[in-house]
Design a protein around this ligand. Structure first.
Ligand SMILES: [Zn+2]
Length: 272
């Protein structure tokens, strides 16, 4: 059996419900879990290094406060609660650029705890999974995340960022050529990059996804909802690739789509 976790990043208080509904209704109707990495207290002025407003803020209008909690958007929180196929995981806190690579250890701890509280206050079940903004974590952030979460989903791990006590296990992971590994009770998951991305060719995207899923036991498929709505308009070709991915996942007899929670409970084996 092969396993796929679909992870969509950057849902925040300014995410229009219609966007998620348009993208994920075919997944929800098929019973395929959608893991949403949700920003608990989004800063509404986050910019990319080239000075542009982050894509996940495209629906921002004038006069918004500098930060918004996820629970401040009643309609969105209600939508996420009502649709049980969404599995909310914690995505940073403010989602500042390289947030969890830049703050000190005590601030890291505070943001992790406050973020969990904000998700809970919004009625979104306490998540056991953490996703760092831009997949970037400092050594101290890794320690604090591992103390609180049973799953960390990120792009890759680098020796120089890891707590020293993790080094022997990391060496073993490298030796065994394993994509995913574990330190204590925390699963450490990597992903093959953002395969569902507007920066990749649409024509070959689904084939690339199929090949990747075929080549490993567990694939974390990462995407970003706002990339399907660039320039305030839906991108129907890109959306159809996502929907054909849902069809493919449903039709594959030896592939199961699972949530991060399923992995934390040990319902899927991680490495082939
Ligand atoms: Zn993000």
């Amino acid at each position: 059996m092969r396993y796929v976790v679909l992870r969509d990043d950057d849902t925040n208080a300014l995410t229009p419900v219609d966007c998620l509904e348009r993208l994920y209704r075919p997944f929800l109707d098929r019973g395929l879990p959608v893991n949403l990495a949700v920003i608990p207290h989004v800063h509404t002025d986050v910019k990319t290094p080239d000075g542009l407003l982050e894509g996940f803020l495209f629906a921002r209008r004038g006069g918004v406060p500098s930060a918004l909690t996820i629970g401040s958007n009643d309609g969105l929180a209600d939508y996420l609660r009502r649709n049980r196929g969404y599995h909310v995981v914690q995505h940073g806190y403010h989602h500042d650029y390289f947030e969890f690579d830049r703050i000190n250890r005590s601030e890291t701890a505070r943001r992790l705890d406050d973020g969990a509280s904000l998700l809970k206050e919004a009625g979104l079940s306490a998540s056991q999974t953490f996703v760092a903004p831009y997949d970037r974590l400092s050594r101290d952030s890794l320690k604090e995340v591992a103390r609180r979460f049973t799953v960390l989903s990120t792009g890759w791990f680098e020796l120089r960022r890891l707590p020293f006590s993790w080094w022997p296990l990391y060496a073993l992971k490298k030796m065994l050529k394993r994509a995913h590994w574990r330190v204590g009770r925390t699963l450490l998951l990597t992903n093959p990059g953002c395969l569902l991305s507007c920066h990749r060719p649409y024509r070959t995207m689904l084939d690339e996804i199929k090949r990747t899923i075929e080549s490993r036991r567990l694939t974390v498929l990462v995407t970003h909802w706002w990339e399907y709505f660039r320039n305030n308009a839906p991108d129907p070709v890109f959306i159809s690739v996502l929907h054909r991915t849902a069809e493919f996942l449903e039709s594959c007899p030896d592939t199961r789509v699972v949530s991060f929670g399923d992995l934390a409970r040990g319902d899927a084996s991680l490495n082939s």
